[in-house]
Design a protein around this ligand. Structure first.
Ligand code: ZN
Length: 193
């Protein structure tokens, strides 16, 4: 149902004012059928977990179309999304980009659905977790240039939070973001490196 999982929509994070709603992780279950049964309302999610491994995230599409979505969480069975729990909040990376049905494209981030297309009437803002510039600069001193995903891996943080922090540092003249295909890749400006 979803395109290559490493499609991301960092452009959504340029403007943090977008239609948002919430999602709820309701249950950890052993089988897909149980997960699909438990997700009744838009934004309801359940995790299929077997043998101590999270296999799938099952979700009732948050746009209200009624579809039940399933995304792979198990890297052994192909390209996988990553689920994070930080400070009590669940996030998924990368985005969910539906290529059929309602064609919704959204991010699940710190308990909010961030829509990647279409401005809703109920605009709201997300509150990224603040990642300190010191932590990001330490990574960039070692690597010189790194994507926000690599930085997030090193810091054990959610990539969306790191992207917002890096973009804010770029606006403040501390970091520089690449352009074109290098979008999402950051380096420290000379005097901070
Ligand atoms: Zn939908």
């Amino acid at each position: 149902m979803a395109r290559a999982p490493f499609t991301i929509c960092p452009s959504a994070l340029d403007e943090i004012t977008m239609k948002t709603s919430t999602y709820n992780l309701l249950a950890f279950v052993g089988r897909y059928a149980e997960a699909a049964d438990s997700v009744r309302n838009p934004g309801d999610c359940a995790i299929v977990e077997r043998g101590g491994v999270r296999r799938q995230l099952v979700m009732r599409c948050p746009d209200g179309c009624g579809e039940v979505l399933s995304v792979n969480l198990d890297a052994r069975s192909g390209p996988a999304w990553r689920l994070y729990k930080k400070r009590g909040l669940w996030s998924l990376f990368p985005s969910i980009d539906k290529t059929s049905g309602c064609l919704s494209h959204f991010i699940l981030w710190n308990g909010r659905v961030l829509w990647c297309s279409g401005l809703g009437e109920d605009e709201d803002s997300n509150d990224p977790i603040e990642i300190s510039s010191d932590r990001i600069l330490v990574v960039l001193r070692n690597r010189h240039t790194a994507s926000y995903v690599q930085i997030a891996d090193e810091l054990d943080e959610v990539p969306w939070d790191v992207l917002v922090a890096c973009r804010s540092l770029a606006r403040g003249g501390v970091l520089e973001e690449g352009i074109g295909k290098q979008r999402g890749t950051f380096s420290a400006k000379a005097r901070f490196a």
